[in-house]
Write a protein of this length. Structure first.
Length: 214
């Protein structure tokens, strides 16, 4: 019978297990990883991981939940540093997004490039992913509300996100050239998107000519 472990010991083992799992899931996918492989890498018996998680799907959910929460904290910190300046805040959040992806590409892939079997079964994952997505859309919503941007704020949020995500994925896959630098490409893409959103906000559409007899 296993000895009783303190809460700190349980959390420490869970953290080690999740760190190993993150690397393996990111590189091999869910189907390419087994509980036995995780146990071997941790140097424990094959049954030990089952004392902490029911199966590998639950481990994946825990890893992705932690990644989304770290990501959300990074975006929140960037927004706070802007001290209420909406333009500076939007730029800071975008920079924080890219910095997170480049600093922890394995977590980024698990967050946005891997499907979770039955995500509704994991309420903490639903909470963490919703938190992150709300933060990504908060900037465009605030800018539209302030009259700095114009358009559907949800649609603008998707456009900015899709652009950043596409650039990050291409960069991580080595598909972008060394020159110009990735950061140059990223900032030029954001400049063009911001310029388009701003011009739409200050340019009113021409009125249709009145019909005769109207």
């Amino acid at each position: 019978m296993p000895r009783n472990l303190s809460r700190a010991q349980v959390e420490a083992f869970r953290a080690r297990l999740c760190a190993v799992a993150q690397k393996r899931f990111a590189r091999q996918g869910l189907d390419g990883v087994s509980m036995r492989q995780l146990a071997e890498e941790l140097g424990c018996s094959p049954m030990t991981p089952y004392r902490y998680f029911r199966n590998k799907e639950e481990i994946l959910a825990a890893v992705r939940t932690a990644a989304f929460d770290r990501f959300a904290r990074a975006l929140e910190a960037a927004a706070r540093q802007a001290r209420g300046d909406l333009r500076a805040g939007g730029q800071a959040v975008g920079e924080a997004y890219v910095r997170f992806a480049l600093d922890d590409p394995e977590a980024y892939r698990l967050m946005f490039d891997m499907a979770q079997p039955h995500p509704e079964r994991y309420p903490e994952l639903v909470r963490a992913s919703s938190r992150a997505r709300q933060l990504m859309s908060a900037g465009p919503e605030a800018l539209v509300k302030a009259g700095i941007f114009s358009g559907d704020p949800q649609l603008l949020g998707y456009v900015f996100w899709a652009t950043l995500h596409g650039l990050v994925v291409l960069h991580l896959a080595g598909k972008l050239p060394d020159k110009p630098d990735f950061r140059v490409i990223q900032r030029e893409a954001m400049r063009l998107l911001v310029a388009g959103a701003r011009s739409a906000a200050v340019t009113s559409p021409p009125r249709a000519a009145p019909r005769r007899g109207a």
